[in-house]
Design a protein around this ligand. Structure first.
Ligand SMILES: Nc1nc2c(c(=O)[nH]1)N[C@H]1C(S)=C(S)[C@@H](COP(=O)(O)O)O[C@H]1N2
Ligand SMILES: [Mo]
Length: 169
């Protein structure tokens, strides 16, 4: 599956990223504030559950770890729940989000991410199946208990490790 079929148009002046839940400093970043954070680039592969993969994708944006440091999650935060402007959601264990290849990406191959592929900003979790990365991301919530996202509720594997081919629960 590629997407919910809704590709929301989000003008940059209306874009915000809310980071909340079990954190000391909840944040609501606008586009300028987000882009003022340290930027990184990472090359990774991309695996959809319906068997296609794309290799050597060069993503640019803000490392998840940078956002983590900004909001200072509480010690009991163990899971992360991502939401998108299209109503999508997905969940990832916090420790998997802290790998240095996990980004909130705003660029693909040096160009702004187009709406077709989840721009202005999308989450990339290269070691997991692509549905674990929310396109059109608008919210990141730190939780103590895991909360299943859109596809996870509909029977996709919660582990989502492509090397174990964990596709369906
Ligand atoms: N917001 C949002 N993110 C999403 C989805 C979606 O429907 N909405 N689909 C997921 C799935 S199943 C895949 S395979 C990838 C597809 O990314 P692409 O459209 O850039 O290929 O986005 C993931 N992230
Ligand atoms: Mo997918």
């Amino acid at each position: 599956m590629l997407d919910l079929g809704v590709k929301p148009e989000i003008p940059l002046h209306q874009w915000t990223l809310a980071i909340d839940g079990l954190v000391k400093n909840p944040a609501m970043l606008d586009w300028a504030q987000f882009n003022a954070l340290p930027q990184v680039e990472d090359v990774s592969d991309f695996h959809c559950v319906t068997s296609w993969s794309r290799y050597d994708c060069r993503w640019g944006g803000v490392a998840f770890a940078t956002l983590y440091e900004l909001v200072e999650p509480m010690p009991n935060a163990r899971f992360v729940y991502f939401t998108g402007f299209d109503g999508y959601s997905t969940n990832v264990p916090l420790e998997k989000c802290l790998d240095d290849d996990v980004l909130v990406a705003t660029r693909f191959e040096g160009q702004p991410i187009v709406r077709e592929h989840g721009g202005p900003a999308r989450v990339i979790v290269p070691k997991l199946y692509a549905w674990k990365g929310a396109k059109f991301v608008k919210g990141i919530t730190f939780l103590e208990e895991d909360k299943l996202g859109f596809w996870e509720v509909r029977g996709y594997s919660n582990g989502a490790d492509p090397w174990k081919e964990e596709r369906y629960a």
